[in-house]
Design a protein. Sequence first.
Length: 200
Amino acid sequence: MADTLFDSKKTCLIASDIFGMSEAFLSLLNDVNIDDSVLTVVPYQQPQTVFKNEAQAYQCFQDYGGITAYIHSLKQHLKCNLDIKQVIGFSAGAAAIYKAMSELSNDGISINNLTLILFYPSQIRHYSGSHINCRCHIIFPEFEPHFSLPDVIQVLQQQSGIKVEQSSYQHGFMNRDSRAFDQTAYNHYCQMLNRLLVKV
C-alpha cells in the first residue's frame, strides 16, 4: 500500500493497476510530474513490484485480497486525507476508487469537492448501480472482451456528474507493461493529467 496513511500535504491520490509500483507505473508518475502533493496507492505492501506477465500480476493481486482489499485500502487513505481534491485510478485501481467513493458517500463522508479520473475500470461493471456524489470522468477502452461495454456506459451515463469517454484504444493503453500500451494515447492522456494536476 502507500508509505503512509496520513499526510496533510496531499491533494491528489493516484491508484495503480494490478502491476503495482512497477517501473512502468514509476515512469507514468514521472511523466505526469507528480510532486509531494500526490499520494500513490498500490495493492501491495512491497515498495516495488516486478511481474513477468499480467497473469502473474493478477494472481498476486488476488493473493493480496483482490478488489475487496483494494477498496478497503483506498477508503482508509481517503478518510485520512480529506484535503485530497483529485483522484486518479487505472484499471483495478480505478474500479476500486469508484466503489470506495460510493461507500464513503453512503457513510456520510463529504466528497463533493473531489474529481475522479478513471482509466479503463473494467470491474466497475460490478458496481455500476452504486452512486457517487462527485465529478467523475471515466475513460473506457474501445471494447472489453468479457462484458458489454455499451450496456455499462448506458447505466453510468444516467448519473449526474459522470462524464464517460470511450477511447479508440485497448484496455491497458497507459501501462508500458501491457500488450495494449499505446504511445499516442499515453502522450495524450499524460498531457491531460499534467494540466489537471497543475490546477490542484
